[in-house]
Design a protein around this ligand. Sequence first.
Ligand code: SF4
Ligand code: SF4
Length: 279
Amino acid sequence: MIISVASGKGGTGKTTVSTNMALAIDRDVNFLDCDVEEPNAHLFLNPEIEKSELVDTPVPKVNLELCNQCRKCMDICRFNAITVVGEKVLVFSELCHSCGGCMLVCPEGAITEIGRELGTIEYGKTDHITFTHGKMRIGEAMSPPLIKEVRKSVNPEDLTIIDAPPGTSCPVIAAINGVDFVLMVTEPTPFGLHDLKLAVEAVKLLGIPSGLVINRSDLGTRDVYDYAQEQNIPVLLEIPFDRKIAETYSRGKTIVEAMPEWTDKFQKLFYDIEQIVES
Ligand code: SF4
Ligand code: SF4
């Protein structure tokens, strides 16, 4: 089973929920931090990193001696990543989506591929958790290809928990597409509700079952609860605002470590998800 933990916006406690659930579960867990722009689950899980590898993506390289300036490469590129200017062909590799179309249509065989570095993937382990995260190269604009590489670490034998990037755009879709359940983390504020609605729309479009964790549940209004009821999305856990939880987070500790009474609640969260997926 693959569970993605997502949130319409950053700062709602998504990583708190994913890491605490992973630690609370009494079985092997495959944990993938797909928040590749700002991975921070390792700060709470403290895995021992055993392996690191660079990830790149193919982008075109043009041999001008073979090029006849026919412009076919430029015409096929939907992303304006390759253009013909006079006798030159310019490649804007940061815009390239590595589809390979330009190479296929070039009648002169003038285009070959070189690698553009996307970032690094690190693999590690801590107790019952096998850990993988991606770190996007500074200056890199496209995270979905790196997220897809991180997702290759899914072990079908184990439970997989994915810490998805915040938001509702392409990186989130790359982290939730094809999973068995999306656990959305929100807070009961107007901003939380606004971004939750966008996240719910995306999850419904993909046809994935979902549930809600409401963080700082005793602050704000009941609007998020009313919306969840309207949309038939179960509220699976409420985490009230608690100074001790906030202090625990700021010290890089997890709730279940500092307050073991929360272990049962995070275990129940997982069992409830399991029941929904199996029903
Ligand atoms: S590989 Fe695809 S996206 Fe990249 S330049 Fe060629 S046609 Fe454009
Ligand atoms: S398709 Fe090939 S030959 Fe035509 S302009 Fe592009 S690189 Fe040159």
